[in-house]
Design a protein around this ligand. Structure first.
Ligand SMILES: [Zn+2]
Length: 267
């Protein structure tokens, strides 16, 4: 880390700059965590699960990659579309010294509320007035036809499939399951790789140790589970780092494997 504040942390990643930006957090009932068969745990919640006032607290993070002056934001936070505990992204950018006008491209891991609604500022204007391209997983572009709030971005949507190159060093990789089009992004610099993996993990206190546990809002529980297994396997290698939308802020670190379980080590 080279610089940090309350709502941002900036890292050097080879020739790129990577910033973690905090949009806020959302508290969820423990019943959202699911065991085999999509069953909530009830009173038998595994003891490692960390609760805040009886709730699961999910950090909501976004990430900015600056590649040769081009600013690409990965996910946008919730804006004012959900709980008031989110929507800090504009403040986080300001604190990091990044002008909203500098962001020319946004890439979405998927189109759930807390990932796309930050495209709109609380006053109803565009959060990123110079946005040119909005990379959206092909399977989820239709949201921009359906949503009144987001329709104005439809023309700028670039539908992306697996393997799509966002830039020379950033490629989309399939991570479907949490949503139909859920996509991760691999950012490469030489031998090092950063996996911006979206919602592969919702409850870091347990899903690294027990990756078979799913999340109520996983669109396809079985696919989400196998995708998490595959992504964790990919992440648990030297020179690979992950950046997760719901890992505890700043949400960047490395993954180590021990048998069927994994451990996350923040950078
Ligand atoms: Zn999410």
């Amino acid at each position: 880390m080279i610089r940090s504040g309350t709502d941002f942390a900036r890292y050097d990643f080879g020739g790129l700059a990577v910033l973690a930006l905090r949009d806020g957090h959302v508290d969820m009932p423990p019943g959202r965590l699911r065991q085999e068969g999509n069953q909530p745990f009830g009173t038998q919640l595994p003891r490692q699960v960390r609760l805040v006032d009886g709730k699961l607290r999910l950090s909501v993070n976004t990430f900015l990659v600056i590649e040769q002056g081009r600013h690409i934001l990965f996910d946008t936070g919730a804006g004012d579309a959900w709980e008031p505990s989110m929507g800090r992204l504009p403040r986080a950018l300001a604190e990091a010294g990044i002008a909203r006008e500098d962001i020319a491209a946004v890439a979405c891991t998927h189109t759930h509320i807390d990932h796309v609604n930050g495209l709109v500022a609380p006053d109803g204007t565009d959060s990123f007035p110079n946005l040119e391209q909005l990379f959206v997983p092909q399977a989820e572009v239709a949201l921009f036809d359906r949503s009144e709030r987001l329709a104005r971005f439809r023309q700028r949507c670039v539908p992306i499939g697996d393997g799509f190159a966002v830039s020379d060093r950033i490629v989309a990789i399939p991570a479907h399951g949490h949503s139909a089009g859920h996509t991760a992004f691999a950012v490469s610099d030489g031998a090092e790789q950063l996996l911006i993996w979206g919602d592969i993990v919702h409850v870091p206190s347990i899903q690294f140790a027990c990756p078979e546990f799913t999340w109520e809002f996983d669109h396809d529980q079985a696919q989400a589970r196998s995708t998490r297994a595959r992504m964790l396997d990919r992440a648990a290698r030297p020179d690979v780092f992950v950046a997760g939308a719901h890992l505890d802020f700043p949400g960047i670190g490395s993954v180590a494997r021990g048998g069927d379980a994994y451990r996350f080590a923040p950078v």
